[in-house]
Design a protein around this ligand. Structure first.
Ligand SMILES: C[S@@+](CC[C@H](N)C(=O)[O-])C[C@H]1O[C@@H](n2cnc3c(N)ncnc32)[C@H](O)[C@@H]1O
Ligand code: SF4
Length: 396
């Protein structure tokens, strides 16, 4: 019941392109883990995934969001102030040229990436160079750009949807569900018009105490959206004790003051009943929509209660992210941790990316991480990137 991977043979028959894509993603993930196991040096030649948190602006205010939600670090007028620092598109073009030979996946997110002024041009620049482009969006701008998205051959669109209409809109704002559905329809129509199989589209659902009881309703509603996957993200959470340990650790080991982790102390993990959630996930994973429904992290169903109630329990360790990934922030800062951009390696407005990626600060970060207990910092216990790229703990 952890996933419905039993559908894979059917997908191979129905859609060989998507099957190849899934296999590639899997092999890329394995590759980054293999690299980490062989030589945990403080420098690296690998770059499999590059995130662009391209804007601090967003048109929604999802309650659990670490940026714009109830505890978000980019609330109110501050985001508008920060948006004055965005990197000009010409600098991104140069950056793409520098990075493209490594053939990483370019993963755009934000804020809401469509709110970056030259977003569609930058996307086209990336796909023109035959690089894989994946975009994580709230989906509310898809309809108006559908034609160009399909023509430009974006590879993947990860659309956030947290429930069927009423539940989703309580979390993400009134009318957001409808706009996402309109977006899916418009993309599917453009795909038919151009006889295109790209982009592959999928949903990302972030679990909270507001939606976990209703995930099956969403899985059923999503059957007709023309999707290729549904990811159920168990969510990033923390609490006061973890924040304090992380604060002391980062101060002591990396001379860094943290500001980002407290934004995930939202309380939206509280009250999630592990037994009830287990039963709901069983129903969700038994749903045959013709595409995989994947829980991240893939977790032993008996441990789901612990995931939400005991934030000290480690389910993934030895995070591999700094050996194969980086995040470029809206202001040009480069970090390893996309959600916790406290430790800055450098800035692309001052230096070339590859000079930053293995500079002294990058090496120091990798060295401290690999020598930390469990290969993690205290605040990494529920980080989404660690859930994807850390090593699975026995029993979890
Ligand atoms: C911050 S958003 C940025 C991209 C875009 N605005 C969107 O909503 O998809 C990136 C992803 O993080 C998810 N997210 C928001 N709050 C989260 C949390 N507390 N834990 C884990 N994921 C979260 C969102 O649902 C979305 O899928
Ligand atoms: S749409 Fe994305 S960035 Fe905007 S508030 Fe929601 S989760 Fe955060």
């Amino acid at each position: 019941m952890k996933t419905n991977f039993s559908l894979v043979p059917k997908i191979v028959r129905q859609n060989p392109g998507m099957a190849a894509n899934m296999a590639m993603s899997f092999l890329t993930a394995r590759k980054s883990i293999a690299v980490d196991r062989r030589f945990r040096e403080t420098t690296t030649k690998e770059l499999s995934l590059i995130y662009f948190r391209i804007t601090p602006l967003c048109n929604l205010r999802c309650v659990m969001c670490g940026q714009r939600g109830v505890k978000g670090v980019l609330k109110g007028a501050y985001a508008l102030e920060e948006s004055k620092k965005i990197v000009p598109v010409e600098r991104y073009y140069k950056l793409v040229d520098e990075i493209a030979p490594k053939k990483p996946v370019f993963y755009m997110w934000g804020g809401e990436p469509f709110m970056y002024p030259d977003f569609m041009d930058l996307a086209e620049y990336i796909t023109d160079r035959k690089c894989l482009l994946s975009v994580n969006t709230n989906g509310t701008f898809l309809a108006e750009h559908a034609d160009r998205i399909v023509k430009n051959k974006w590879h993947g669109i990860f659309v956030s949807l947290d429930g069927f209409e009423e539940v989703n809109d309580a979390i993400r704002g009134k009318g957001s569900y409808r706009r996402v559905v309109e977006g899916f329809n418009a993309i599917n129509e453009a795909k038919r018009k151009y006889k295109a199989h790209l982009p592959y589209m999928g949903i990302v659902t972030t679990v909270s105490n507001m939606n976990y009881l209703y995930l099956h309703d969403l899985a059923v509603a999503a059957a007709d959206f023309g999707l290729s996957w549904h990811i159920i993200n168990l969510g990033t959470y923390t609490n006061d004790a973890v924040i304090e340990r992380h604060r002391q650790f980062m101060r002591r080991e990396l001379d860094t003051e943290i500001t980002c982790l407290p934004a995930y102390n939202t309380g939206f993990n509280e009250g999630i009943d592990g037994e009830k959630f287990k039963e709901i996930l069983k129903k969700v994973h038994a749903t045959d929509n013709g595409y995989p429904i994947i829980t991240v992290p893939v977790i032993n169903p008996d441990k789901i209660g612990e995931y939400y109630s005991d934030l000290d329990v480690i389910v993934r360790d030895n995070c591999t992210v700094p050996w194969s990934q980086a995040n470029i922030d809206y202001n040009g800062n480069v970090h390893f941790c996309a959600d916790y951009p406290d430790y800055v390696l450098g800035n692309i407005m001052d230096d070339e990316f590859f000079d930053i990626y293995n500079n002294e600060r990058a090496q120091r970060f990798r060295s401290v991480l690999k020598n930390s207990p469990n290969g993690l910092f205290p605040g990494c216990v529920r980080c989404y990137q660690n859930m994807l790229c850390g090593h699975r703990r026995p029993g979890y």
